[in-house]
Design a protein around this ligand. Structure first.
Ligand code: C5P
Length: 231
């Protein structure tokens, strides 16, 4: 008899968001009548496929406990880390004893509130039989340049370049292992897929939507509102 596999959410939400130039981390800025993180978690919960969602929150964060979603039964609080990868690893550790190595984990940035439920389901349906896992991504339409000290070194073949989005979906056991290895070796990984690539594994690409932006700069809030109104 095959063991049943659960799906878990992991949401790194411990960034300070320096580029927003605001009085609070970007995940607590308002998008309509909800904060960015509330909208993100609402979408993940709405997908109705997670056994639980571990959210990495900074220990000095006064905003999180004031949000009703912090009390939601599926939400598990974890300690934030110095870098995004540290926060993800901490959230994975908060699932010890709950998640099995074979379970799937979908890591999704708190700062991407426009994720669509349909995209989450498409990612899961495309990858649930895959040996490695994969990520939502978008082909690059711009020509890209390698630049050093303000000067172009060469161009990158844009037919081979995709922008990595989240969620990124991997098996719990292997994901924890490759992130731990990267941390031990001091390797910088800005997304989960990179930690797999460093070990010679090749995650799959599932095409996402341009609306799944990461709130980074003040103008992104206006764009995010626009994309949400398109729903
Ligand atoms: O800084 P960046 O926009 O790349 O952050 C992506 C996501 O990672 C955000 O949701 C942010 O809150 C989270 N993060 C984190 N811990 C850090 C840095 C970023 O959870 N130390």
């Amino acid at each position: 008899m095959s063991e049943s596999v659960n799906f878990w959410g992991v949401v790194p939400a411990a960034g300070v968001g320096k580029r927003m130039q605001s009085d609070r981390p970007k995940q607590y800025l308002l998008l309509g009548d909800q904060t960015v993180i509330e909208q993100t978690l609402f979408q993940l919960l709405e997908a109705n496929c997670f056994a639980g969602i571990a959210v990495a929150i900074s220990s000095e964060d006064p905003y999180w406990p004031t949000l009703p979603c912090s009390q939601q039964e599926k939400i598990i609080r974890a300690e934030g880390g110095r870098e995004r990868a540290d926060s993800v690893l901490s959230a994975l550790n908060a699932l010890v004893g709950k998640a099995s190595d074979n379970d799937w984990v979908l890591v999704h940035d708190a700062a991407r509130p426009c994720i669509k439920v349909a995209d989450i389901h498409r990612l899961i349906n495309t990858l649930k039989s895959d040996p490695v896992g994969g990520i939502l991504a978008l082909p690059s339409h711009d020509t890209l340049k390698n630049v050093m000290q303000g000067q172009i070194v060469d161009s990158v073949d844009r037919n081979r370049v995709w922008r990595a989005l989240t969620p990124q979906m991997f098996r719990y056991g292997v994901l924890k292992k490759v992130l731990q290895l990267a941390a031990e070796k001091g390797q910088v990984v800005t997304d989960e897929a990179s930690a797999f690539e460093l070990n010679g594994l090749q995650p799959k690409i599932v095409e996402g939507q341009p609306g799944n932006i990461k709130i980074t700069r003040p103008e992104d809030l206006i764009l995010a509102k626009f994309y949400m109104e398109q729903e």
